[in-house]
Design a protein around this ligand. Sequence first.
Ligand code: EPU
Length: 340
Amino acid sequence: MDNGNSMKLKISENYPIYNTFHIEAHAARYAKYASVEELQSLVPELQRQPVLHVGGGSNLLFLHDYDGLVLHSAIRGIDVVEEDDASVVVVVGAGIVWDDFVAYSIEQGWSGAENLSLIPGEVGASAVQNIGAYGAEAKDIIVKVEAVELATGQVREFDNAECHYDYRQSIFKQELRGKYAVTHVYYRLFKHFEPCVSYGNIQSILPQGEPLTPQLVRDTVIQLRQSKLPDPDVQGNAGSFFMNPVVSQEQFESIQKDYPNMPFYVVPHGVKIPAGWLIEQCGWKGRALGKAAVHDRQALVLVNLGGATGQDILLLSDTVRQAVKDKFNLSIHPEVNIIS
Ligand code: EPU
């Protein structure tokens, strides 16, 4: 009988890679691991070929098949590792579906993750991409991240500061891109609820007269997301395709002169302008280019109308970016990882 450690992990060949854009792409080799030890057992394989680590496939655009090894975490488990009167720290396996974790934490009476309800993807990606929505970001509740160095199999912990978090950024997307696989994430969640409902129109759609609870915020966020964002099971997409650009105060004022109603948010290094608004001003909201289109309810989202290739989506992205550049002299950049 096989025992866990000596067992060789199965590597599949020519494996279809799931992605929410529903773009057809195959991995030359594919492995799913369920523990840190299983991942470490793959190190010799990882050393001899290109490696791409995927999560739920909700932030990927494949331009063609992947000629290397695609890794996917199936590490599960949600365990409390610290608890006091005010909060808990939980360690969560990277392969858990993010929204399952949010739902579970609310069931336990813990708050802090409710604004991030229904974001597609898995726990590992929350720490890599610093997912964010409705005034909250994963970095606000991340205590530390456990990751394995792919070249050596060594386990390393990164505390929150070492992750270099910023808007949709982390050390795992920058300096250490492709070098580590996140295996577990530690989050601090709270026993006393401090709602964060000042973002956009959350406040205006919250039912009046009902006590504000994490569950009510979750339900409201879900309602808002479902009203604006296309369901990937129905129409291929990867959520926001672009990041919102952050511009200098000077640049902002020069655009605002011509567009006094432009929405904006003041952030630490400048002013953030919603890319969806910029794209809509360029007349691209709801417009198609071949089999790809800009979503008609949220111009930040590009959709696969059916049978689009990665190149079709990329052509639309380039065309939209150029339109924004021509009209506003502003560069917008994809948030989605383009795998070329
Ligand atoms: N807007 C337009 N036209 C559009 C889209 C937006 O004018 O087509 C305007 C809205 O009217 C609003 C402003 O832009 O005044 C902001 O819109 P929204 O609240 O929808 O947020 P966003 O900045 O477009 C970001 C995140 C979303 C997240 C929402 C809510 C990024 C790249 N995207 O979008 O994240 O759900 O805020 O917090 O920061 C995702 O990452 O996949 C995602 C959907």
